[in-house]
Design a protein around this ligand. Structure first.
Ligand SMILES: [Zn+2]
Length: 561
């Protein structure tokens, strides 16, 4: 019998701790790293990793793959980018707990906030669970990658209040029931609790997502559950980025002693110095001994949109209201002079927004008119001798709202991005994998960090980058046997060529349920992704094995779930 199931020979081991890499071998047995160093034992399979980097598998902690992992055990395209574990249940959205008949309330939020096609959710989610633990149990044995999940405030609120969850604040009694459900979810294996106050986050029917109706009393009571259990991360999204939120994170961290993550710390064209103020602003909290991690992405957050589906403008009331009208009515409204004037007034209103109002940064990527392709809306407006807003709307109406635009609000300034990415107070990720599937695919946040920021721009060392993609996340999320390459740890490994690793441009696939389309993203230079000792991704090919495990939080108690 071979000594090792898998032997990875001669790679540069960058183990996730931040320590300098070294040449060595990794021997894997029974799904775990058995030995490291210079190994000569026999192995069932040997991988020659000469010239390649051998690192712990990456943990993508900000995903909305809650539904996708039910029909796609590999969470594609995550393994193509070295990701071996994904965490779902972000931003308050989750598929459990759910009461009888409550399923559609949850679908309504996913459809709109995360723009996942309704048909895909209706056909692809095999409901049947009630509790959070039962949802996790439904995943057991059916996973390619490892999956952990946070308890989402929206699901918990609906479970207690039904559809009134999107209408009103909760009574004391209802808050008590929510706390009970959260406790059960944590005992069922939740990695933490997520909530959402983003004023732009609406359901399909235009109502606010349920967690937005919660007052601080409800939110504090729920967060106290984690404090009392001494477990779990608190993930928050308050919407518009501004300095005013920082005291709230600080108070929550001091009250609970739990790690808080918040969205997001980015360079924004709409407010180009805010990131520096935010970094300075959270430092005193960390210095005092409390953790309030800002989330950032490595890639410019690119939004592709058409006026058929223009959530990009949900911050502007007239624009937002129009998106809820049937398409024919909407087209008429777009050309109505009075409505147009209101739309312009919305954009001209100087209040702070996430949208940068920079028409030179919004580009046309699909149009029937060759002259406009690739041009910015500002340039199109000049060609048409119109104001930018008129050019955007008129061109769209002329093309049956099929004209597609793309804009990056964040991440555009390399100098600022370097500072942000290097900060110890920033958590890398925010891929939003599994969300906005018809507009983008951000699976490649890790390969972007390794290719663009480490190799091309030298913003940080490889060791630091790997730490941020693995052990930092495992530590904040209290995943105790992953995120490092060490004997005894789970054999989640990624092997890549540091000279070539990079993400490819997102492309269309028709692999969602009900043959709905979505965007996927391949990579280059990423050779192997290994989950619990099984080679899941091998130079462009996914295996058909299911080595993934459900990751359960530290409060997990098998008896009570
Ligand atoms: Zn999210």
């Amino acid at each position: 019998m071979a000594e090792f199931d898998l032997l990875i020979k001669g790679g540069r081991i960058v183990d996730g701790s931040g320590l300098p890499g070294y040449i060595g071998d990794v021997g894997v047995r029974d799904g775990r790293v058995a030995e490291m160093g210079v190994l000569s034992g026999s192995a069932t399979r040997t991988i020659d990793a000469g010239g390649l980097v051998v690192a712990p598998g990456f943990i993508d902690h900000h995903t909305h793959l809650d539904a996708q992992v039910l029909w796609d055990p590999y969470a594609t395209s995550a393994p193509e980018h070295g990701v071996t574990s994904v965490i779902t249940g972000n931003c308050g959205l989750a598929l459990a707990p759910v009461g009888p008949g409550g399923e559609d309330s949850l679908v309504k939020s996913f459809v709109r906030v995360e723009t996942i096609p309704r048909k895909a959710l209706e056909e692809g989610v095999p409901w049947g669970w009630r509790s959070f633990g039962e949802y996790l149990n439904a995943l057991e044995g059916k996973l390619g990658v490892n999956v952990g999940a946070q308890a989402g405030h929206i699901a918990i609120r609906h479970r207690v209040m039904g559809e009134e969850a999107v209408e009103r604040t909760a009574t004391e009694d209802e808050i008590g029931q929510m706390c009970q459900l959260l406790r059960q979810a944590m005992e069922g294996g939740a990695m933490g609790f997520s909530t959402n106050r983003n004023p732009r986050h609406l359901r399909e029917d235009g109502k606010p997502v349920a967690s937005r109706l919660a007052g601080d009393d409800e939110l504090y009571a729920l967060c106290d559950v984690l404090a009392n259990m001494n477990a779990g991360v608190i993930q928050t999204i308050l919407g518009l980025s501004c300095m005013e939120h920082l005291p709230w994170y600080d108070a929550l961290a001091r009250r609970t002693g739990r790690p808080i993550t918040w969205q997001s710390l980015q360079h924004r064209w709409a407010d180009p110095d805010l990131w520096r103020q935010q970094l300075d602003g959270i430092e005193p909290t960390f210095k005092a001994g409390y953790q309030i991690y800002g989330l950032t992405n490595t890639t410019p957050l690119i939004r592709r949109f058409s006026l058929k589906n223009a959530q990009a403008f949900d911050e502007f009331p007239t624009w937002k209201n129009l998106t809820f009208l049937p398409e024919q009515v909407r087209k008429q409204a777009y050309v109505d002079p009075e409505t147009r004037a209101k739309m312009k007034a919305d954009i001209a209103d100087p209040r702070p927004t996430n949208f940068h109002r920079r028409w030179d940064l919004v580009n046309v990527i699909k149009t029937r008119d060759e002259r406009y392709l690739g041009k910015s809306v500002a340039e199109v407006a000049a060609i048409r001798d119109q104001e930018p807003v008129d050019a955007l709307i008129d061109l769209s109406v002329e093309e049956d709202l099929e004209t597609t635009f793309q804009s990056a609000n964040t991440g555009g300034d390399p100098e600022a991005m370097g500072h942000i990415l290097r900060s110890p107070y920033v958590l890398m990720g925010q891929s939003d994998a599994g969300a906005h599937v018809q507009f983008d695919a951000n699976f490649g946040y890790s390969t972007t960090l390794l290719g663009l920021w480490v190799r091309e721009r030298g913003a940080m060392s490889l060791e630091e980058a790997i730490f941020k993609l693995s052990f930092q996340v495992a530590s904040v999320y209290d995943i105790r046997d992953r995120g490092l390459l060490r004997p005894g740890y789970a054999a989640d490994v990624t092997i890549f060529d540091p000279a070539t690793v990079k993400p490819c441009e997102p492309e269309w696939a028709e692999d969602y349920p009900a043959r709905t389309r979505r965007m996927v993203q391949r990579s280059e230079g990423l050779h192997y992704t290994i989950v619990n000792g099984h080679v899941l991704y091998d130079d462009g090919k996914l295996s058909e094995q299911l080595p993934g495990q459900v990751l359960r939080g530290s409060a997990y108690s098998p008896v009570s779930s």
